[in-house]
Design a protein around this ligand. Structure first.
Ligand code: CTP
Length: 408
């Protein structure tokens, strides 16, 4: 992908138009050139001056501005990506009808680049058969229509129809550009994902933990949901990440809590992905009160550890015993390697030991992977040559993992 893209941010007239300001800022900070094309009604919510200042480009809504530059055609022709956020029910209806009665719809008719539409509206409007038919038509024509988030809407009501957060829209739109959009191959499938690091308490204020941010697990959830899956994330400690659109989150702290949450939900899952960094050991005892130096030195100097359950191996075992449905199980391998140990060999041994269908190997440590935005590695499957997953954002890596899962 080019480092600097020409991106058109289309904004329709909905209350969520305010989030487009942040989206423009995020895309600009990534080094892209952004032209904002609002509909006339979008300017009831955010003024043109705001979009001009944030994008550094002139803003107009009508095909009759800058006619000498044939602007109504040029903007669409030159774009590498069009992202419309928010898209109202009315705008989608006009896109379906092929209208060109303002600059945004004219731009969309001209654009041959990927178009990503992020709808936002009240649940009733989103669920209306007219809107659903328009979404299906746009998807059939190759437009990427993102599923909206669930949550608080403009009034007191909540449900599906909320605009995803600006960072999510930016990540999903750039991934759609990079990977050719989101096929709906996981429509209706139940996907269970573990993410983040577990924390093993020593006393009420101290724990043993690790550096996992949860970003790869959350990216998998975002992409799986956009491919039509019902996603549940069992999340340990993670960075402050937005809830993936449409996903249910179950928060846990320790490995044993994670094991229990997975055990309950694995039975009806079609795809289980264990991206969490689970602590292999926990302190044998958890003190009820803070351990004090000078008083509890014996306990602090020699922390006795016991092994945690292996959630991945246990889930594979349950499948073998017939306790789960037919499902695909994917593990991760975090390996640093060493002078004498090749990470790929370690991962092949881990794949055999865990018995899962796919294993994603990441080389970790020394600033690699944990907490970073990018990832890379190899996908290993029993009896197959390792497949390299090229360096890319954690969203692109998520798309590659889900492609491999879909093949299975
Ligand atoms: N895993 C798990 N339960 C554990 C430990 C790991 O479910 N108690 C899962 C992880 O979520 C990951 C895979 O097993 O999908 C491999 O995790 P990793 O930490 O690389 O391997 P370990 O089994 O912990 O082996 P080691 O630390 O010795 O490399």
């Amino acid at each position: 992908m080019k480092d600097s893209l020409k991106i058109v941010v289309g904004v329709a007239g909905g209350i969520a138009a305010y989030k487009a300001c942040m989206l423009v800022r995020i895309l600009k900070e990534q080094g892209h050139s952004v032209t904002v094309v609002p509909t006339p009604s979008a300017l009831n919510f955010v003024g043109a001056a705001t979009f001009e200042a944030l994008s550094g480009n002139r803003v107009s809504t009508t095909v009759f501005d800058a006619v000498d530059e044939v602007q109504h055609v040029r903007i669409g022709q030159e774009a590498d990506l069009v992202v419309i956020a928010p898209a109202t029910a009315d705008l989608m209806a006009r896109l379906v009808a092929g209208r060109a009665d303002d600059l945004l719809t004219a731009t969309c008719l001209v654009a041959t680049c990927p178009v990503v539409v992020a709808p936002a509206m009240h649940t009733e409007m989103w669920m209306h058969p007219a809107t659903q038919a328009n979404v299906a038509t746009l998807r059939d024509r190759g437009v990427t229509v993102l599923d909206p988030a669930h949550g608080r809407l403009t009034g007191k009501d909540s449900g599906p129809g909320r605009l995803p957060e600006p960072q999510q829209i930016a990540d999903l739109a750039l991934t759609a550009l990079q990977t050719g959009g989101y096929s709906r191959d996981l429509e209706g499938k139940r996907v269970l994902i573990t993410a983040g690091g577990t924390q093993e308490n020593l006393d009420p204020v101290r724990f043993l933990g690790n550096r996992s941010s949860g970003r790869q697990g959350f990216a998998l959830a975002e992409v799986a949901a956009q491919r039509g899956a019902h996603v549940t994330i069992v999340a340990g400690n993670t960075d402050e990440l937005d809830t993936p659109c449409g996903a249910e989150i179950v928060k846990v702290v320790s490995a044993r809590e994670m094991a229990e949450a997975v055990e309950k939900r694995a039975t009806d899952a079609d795809l289980i992905i264990m991206a969490a960094a689970v602590a292999d050991f926990r302190p044998e005892t958890e003190a009820n009160a803070k351990l004090k130096k000078g008083h509890d030195d014996a306990a602090l100097n020699a922390i006795h550890l016991v092994e945690n359950p292996d959630i991945l191996a246990t889930t594979v075992e349950r499948r073998t015993k017939g306790e789960l449905g037919e499902c695909v199980i994917i593990g991760f391998a975090a390996e640093t390697g060493s002078d004498t140990q090749d990470p790929l060999e370690l991962a092949q041994a881990k794949l055999k030991r865990k018995g899962c269908d796919l294993l994603m190997l990441n080389q970790v440590g020394h600033g690699k992977v944990f907490g970073e935005l990018d990832n890379a590695g190899w996908l290993l499957a029993p009896g197959q040559e390792p497949r390299e997953v090229p360096a890319g954002s954690k969203f692109e890596v998520a798309a590659a993992i889900l492609d491999a899962a879909s093949e299975l």
